[in-house]
Write a protein that binds this ligand. Structure first.
Ligand code: GLN
Length: 530
C-alpha cells in the first residue's frame, strides 16, 4: 500500500506547486523510496492536447503517449522518472468517462451525481495510480487554487481518501502565497488563513503549509501561522523565490519537508544524497558565458509554449558551463525582406514543433537561412518537416513542395498524412508516445546517441513522403534515423553543414538535468564551436 501526499494551492495560482511537489519527490527518491506523481486538472477539456499553447503552455507527452499538462515535464525532469497516462487527469476526462458509463447503463438506474459518482471516479484514479506504479509514495497535485468551483469534487475525493486511509497514510501539503507588503515592511498572513479556512470548509485540515514568499521568514512568523492555522510550527515551511527552479530541492531539503513527511507517514527514509543536484546548481552558478539560440516559433510571447525545449537547451548549456539566451523570432513576421536583419549574427537556429499554417512561411525562410549560411540548425517535428520542404523547394527546385497539412493539393507532397490518420477527429489521434528509431551508422545522429537506436517520444500526424527519399539522398540529405516497422523517416541531416539535424520526434521530452538529450547536446556544442 502506497502512502499519499496531496498538494493543494492557496491564494493565487502559479506559485510552483508542481516544483514544490517534484522537489519533495526528489528528496524522497534520494532517500530510497519509489515515487509516482500525478496531476488533476479541474478544466473540462478531456486532455490538454487540443488547448492552444497560448492558454495552457506546451503539451507534454509521456512514454505511453498521453498528452498532458506541462507540469508533468517538471515531475519527470526533477525526479528522473517516466510517468504514464495515470499521471494526468482532467475534470473533463472524469466526467466523460462517468457519462459514458451512464450511457452504457453501468450505474444500474441510479441518479448520477457529483457525490458519489464523480468523486468515486476520482478516487479510483488515485488508487489505480497507486496500484499500477507500485510506488512507495504517490504525490498528487491538484491544479488551480482552493476555492475554485471546478476543484471542489477533487478536494472532496481527497477528503474521503484521507478518511478511508487515515492520517498516517495521507498527508496534505498546502502551498500558499505569503505576501510581503513593502509599504509597511511586513509579511501578511491573512491570505493564507483564508485559504486554510476554505480547505477547512471542505473538511480538510492541512498538515503542512509551504509559504511561498519573496524572502525567507523567521520563527516568529512560523509560530503565528502555526497558531492561526492549527498546524505544528515545525510544519510551516518557508519557500522563498529562487532564481532557478533547480535550486528548490536544496531549499526543500533545508526546510526538512521530506523528514516531516517521513515522520507523519512512517516512511523509512535514508539520508538524502543530493550530489547530482549540487553538481547541477554548481554548473548553473558557474555558467557565466552566454550562448544565444534563435528560436523561430509562433508563440514567442509565451515561453511556456516551448518549456521543455528551453529546459533542454539549458541542460545542454550547463554541461559546458554556458548560459543559454533565447532570442525569440516571431515566425509570423519573418519575410524575405527582413530575414537577414532578423537572423544576422545568429549562431544557432531552432525550429520547434507546431500545427497549422500560421508562421510556416517564416519558418521555411529560417531553415533556408540556416542551411545556406551553415548556421547550426535543430528542427523538431514540424521543424523537420519544414527543413524538408525548404530543401525540396530551393535545392530540388520543386517550387510548390509542401506538407498536405497546409496545401492538400500540392503536386509535391513532401510531407503527407500518415496512413490511417485523418484530419477531422483531432483529439488524441496523433502518432503519440515512445517509438524506437534505428540509427544509421556513421551519421551525426548515431555519433551523438552513441547507440544503434534512439528511444524518443512523438506527437504528429504527418510524415516524410518516402517517394521523395531517393532524390533527397542524391542531393545530399541523409536519412539517419528510421522507424523500420512502418518505414518512417525519423531523422534527417545535411552533412555538408557543420550541424544540420532535424527529428520527427520530440527530443525535448527526454532531456533531464545532468543528462541532456544527445541532439540538444550536439546542437549546443556546434553553437559553442562557432
Ligand atoms: N503538424 C505536424 C504534424 O502533425 C507537426 C506536429 C508537431 O510539430 N508536433 O505532423
Amino acid at each position: 500500500m502506497a502512502k499519499h501526499i496531496f498538494i493543494t494551492g492557496g491564494v493565487v495560482s502559479g506559485l510552483g506547486k508542481g516544483i514544490t511537489g517534484s522537489s519533495l519527490g526528489v528528496l524522497l527518491k534520494s532517500g530510497g523510496l519509489k515515487i509516482f506523481m500525478q496531476k488533476f486538472d479541474p478544466y473540462l477539456n478531456i486532455d490538454p492536447g487540443t488547448i492552444n499553447p497560448i492558454e495552457h503552455g506546451e503539451v507534454y507527452v509521456t512514454d505511453d503517449g498521453a498528452e498532458t499538462d506541462l507540469d508533468l515535464g517538471h515531475y519527470e525532469r526533477f525526479i528522473d522518472i517516466n510517468l504514464s497516462k495515470h499521471s494526468s487527469t482532467s475534470a473533463g476526462r472524469i466526467y466523460y468517462e462517468a457519462l459514458e458509463k451512464e450511457r452504457n447503463g453501468k450505474y444500474g438506474g441510479k441518479t448520477v451525481q457529483v457525490i458519489p459518482h464523480i468523486t468515486n471516479e476520482i478516487k479510483q484514479r488515485i488508487y489505480k495510480a497507486e496500484l499500477e506504479s507500485k510506488a512507495d509514495v504517490v504525490i498528487t497535485e491538484i491544479g488551480g487554487t482552493v476555492g475554485d468551483i471546478e476543484s471542489q469534487p477533487f478536494l472532496e475525493a481527497l477528503r474521503q481518501v484521507r478518511m478511508e486511509k487515515g492520517k498516517e497514510n495521507v498527508m496534505f501539503v498546502h502551498v500558499a502565497l505569503l505576501p510581503y507588503l513593502k509599504v509597511s515592511g511586513e509579511f501578511k498572513t491573512k491570505p493564507i488563513q483564508h485559504s486554510v479556512k476554505e480547505l477547512l470548509n471542505l473538511g480538510i485540515q492541512p498538515d503542512v503549509i509551504v509559504a511561498r514568499s519573496e524572502f525567507d521568514f523567521d520563527q516568529k512568523l512560523k509560530d503565528k501561522i502555526s497558531l492561526l492555522c492549527s498546524i505544528p510550527s515545525e510544519n510551516v515551511v518557508s519557500c522563498p523565490d529562487s532564481d532557478s527552479i533547480y535550486k528548490v530541492p536544496l531549499v526543500i531539503e533545508k526546510s526538512n519537508l521530506h523528514k516531516i513527511a517521513a515522520k507523519q507517514l512512517d516512511l523509512k527514509l535514508n539520508d538524502s544524497k543530493l550530489e547530482d543536484w549540487n553538481k547541477l546548481v554548481n554548473n548553473i552558478e558557474n555558467s557565466k558565458e552566454v550562448l544565444t539560440v534563435h528560436i523561430v516559433g509562433k508563440y514567442v510571447e509565451l515561453s511556456d509554449a516551448y518549456l521543455s525545449v528551453i529546459e533542454s537547451l539549458k541542460f545542454a548549456g550547463y554541461e559546458i558551463n554556458k548560459k543559454i539566451k533565447i532570442h525569440w523570432v516571431n515566425a509570423r513576421k519573418l519575410t524575405e525582406q527582413n530575414i537577414k536583419e532578423e537572423l544576422s549574427g545568429s549562431t544557432g537556429i531552432l525550429v520547434p514543433g507546431g500545427f497549422g499554417e500560421d508562421g510556416v512561411q517564416g519558418k521555411i525562410l529560417a531553415a533556408q537561412y540556416a542551411r545556406e549560411n551553415n548556421i547550426p540548425y535543430l528542427g523538431i517535428c514540424l521543424g523537420m518537416q519544414i527543413a524538408c520542404i525548404e530543401f525540396a523547394r530551393n535545392v530540388l527546385n520543386l517550387k510548390d513542395a509542401h506538407t498536405t497539412e497546409i496545401d492538400s493539393k500540392t503536386q509535391n507532397p513532401i510531407i503527407d498524412i500518415m496512413e490511417g490518420k485523418n484530419r477531422e477527429n483531432i483529439g488524441g489521434t496523433l502518432r503519440l508516445g515512445r517509438y524506437v528509431t534505428s540509427l544509421k551508422e556513421g551519421t551525426k545522429a548515431s555519433e551523438l546517441y552513441k547507440d544503434k537506436v534512439a528511444v524518443e517520444r512523438h506527437r504528429h500526424r504527418y510524415e516524410f513522403n518516402n517517394k521523395y527519399r531517393e532524390i533527397f539522398e542524391k542531393n545530399g540529405i541523409v536519412f539517419s534515423g528510421l522507424y523500420p516497422e512502418q518505414d518512417l523517416v525519423e531523422i534527417i541531416e545535411y552533412p555538408k553543414n557543420d550541424f544540420f539535424v532535424a527529428a520527427q520526434y520530440h527530443p525535448e521530452f527526454t532531456s533531464r538535468p545532468n543528462k541532456p538529450n544527445p541532439l540538444f547536446m550536439g546542437f549546443i556544442n556546434a553553437i559553442n564551436k562557432r
